[in-house]
Design a protein around this ligand. Structure first.
Ligand SMILES: [Zn+2]
Length: 429
């Protein structure tokens, strides 16, 4: 008996569920009972705090999933999978434990059951596959659709998608990059899925000609986007996903929609103009873990204009990364004021620089450039901070060092905020 059948969940049921979620997401109108489902969900959900934070979530991990799985059990399974590079083992009840790093570098363990997995697979295909890619799946006279997936870790979540008409090849980012390139050239994927910085690297060196390119797991900056689109000759689509679930994706008009059909999202505003916010996520569709008013560290920028695609969910101008990517400087009054990562990135786009990393240590910023003009970067940063009316930090230029490609590429990071009177430096959150 297969493991799936043993869990009372046959492969046929799985396939039917995926197909149902696919059809519902792609072709059916948004369900009208959203409010009712949300209310029912909130009435059932365990309540620990008004706003759920990551430390609280980890503290109550076992009570916040329907199977009583402890954080230690989940972490052990997820870490063993990473270590042994075998991502198939499940916890009792067909639960998969995975490690996610979302847009940040901090890993978080998450649980998904088979129903969650099927919903995820159906929704993901419905939202991301182009009509041409779908036609290839349905057309039995052509070879199956080939998807290449570059990630630090695979998961049952992703391989759920594999079928007769859909080939799914996992490229393990902990392997040497050259080896992956050779494999990619042989595999010739129709759909290429990878973190933004990996896509940028593939754009430089790969010979593959995918019909669809999808960026995941990292913030895609404008410069990388332009390089990737030029190299592959197609528009890059984006998936916004974290341990907290499938949070959003771009539509055919290139706008990032939040997945409000399955999630209830409350903005926690960061500015008076109601432009930037941390989202509070309530996932009323997930079966395994309870996510109730779960605060994400990501900074989202709202786009208030309706999207021409007609989908009525919140859309974003951008995802600006995590709270730790915000740098802090004192203004004229001595109070700390944020410098958002997106603003820094924009200031650097126009400069002659290949890659960069900026790390804040109080009033000292360590800047590393690959093939960059230090003088030009220095004056661009000074002009930006002058414009923001902020105190200038000491810019310390250091030699470039490569980060392993399996690591999340953090370009901007705050290690320590400057002190404000009285002299108490605060660790960046
Ligand atoms: Zn749209």
């Amino acid at each position: 008996m297969s493991a799936a059948a043993a869990g009372g969940f046959s492969v046929i049921v799985e396939r039917l569920l995926i197909l149902w979620h696919f059809i519902a997401t792609r072709w059916l109108p948004a369900p009208r009972d959203r409010e009712k489902r949300l209310r029912r969900f909130l009435a059932e959900a365990p309540h620990f705090a008004d706003v759920m934070t990551k430390p609280l979530f980890l503290e109550h991990f076992a009570a916040l999933n329907r199977h009583g799985i402890t954080l230690e059990q989940a972490t052990a399974v997820a870490l063993r999978a990473e270590r042994e590079r075998d991502f198939k083992p499940e916890l009792p009840g067909g639960i998969t434990a995975g490690l996610s790093s979302g847009t940040s570098g901090a890993r978080q363990v998450f649980l998904v059951g088979r129903e969650d997995r099927c919903r995820w697979a159906g929704q993901m295909m419905a939202r991301m596959l182009s009509t041409a890619s779908l036609c290839r799946i349905w057309n039995f006279f052509t070879p199956p659709l080939r998807i290449a997936f570059f990630l630090r870790a695979s998961s049952n979540l992703y391989t759920t998608l594999s079928s007769l008409r859909l080939k799914f090849e996992y490229f393990d980012l902990t392997r040497p990059f050259k080896e992956l390139l050779t494999r990619l050239d042989d595999y010739r994927p129709h759909v290429l899925v990878a973190p933004a910085t990996v896509l940028a690297e593939l754009a430089r060196s790969a010979r593959a000609r995918p019909k669809q390119v999808i960026s995941v797991a990292e913030v895609l900056d404008a410069k990388d986007r332009a390089a990737i689109e030029q190299a592959f000759g197609v528009r890059v689509a984006e998936i916004y996903q974290a341990a907290e679930g499938f949070l959003g994706c771009t539509c055919t008009h290139g706008r990032m929609h939040l997945n409000e059909e399955s999630l209830h999202i409350e903005p926690q505003w960061l500015d008076e103009r109601h432009e930037r916010f941390h989202p509070l996520i309530t996932d009323f569709s997930r079966q395994t873990q309870w996510f109730v008013r779960h605060r994400l560290d990501d900074i989202l920028r709202l786009d208030p204009t309706p999207c021409p695609c007609g989908r009525k969910t919140m859309t974003l101008r951008g995802i600006e990364g995590r709270a730790e990517e915000v740098l802090w400087l004192r203004d004229a009054s001595g109070a700390l004021s944020p410098v958002f990562p997106d603003v820094l990135r924009q200031a650097l786009y126009t400069q002659p620089v290949g890659l960069y990393r900026i790390e804040q240590h109080g009033l000292r910023w360590e800047v590393r450039l690959l093939n960059g003009d230090e003088k030009a970067v220095q004056s661009a940063l000074e002009a930006l901070l002058d414009g923001l009316r902020l105190e200038q930090p000491e810019l310390q230029f250091l030699p470039w060092t490569d980060q392993p490609s399996s690591e999340k590429q953090k370009r901007i990071r705050c290690s320590l905020k400057p002190s404000t009177p009285p002299e108490t430096p605060a660790a960046c959150k």
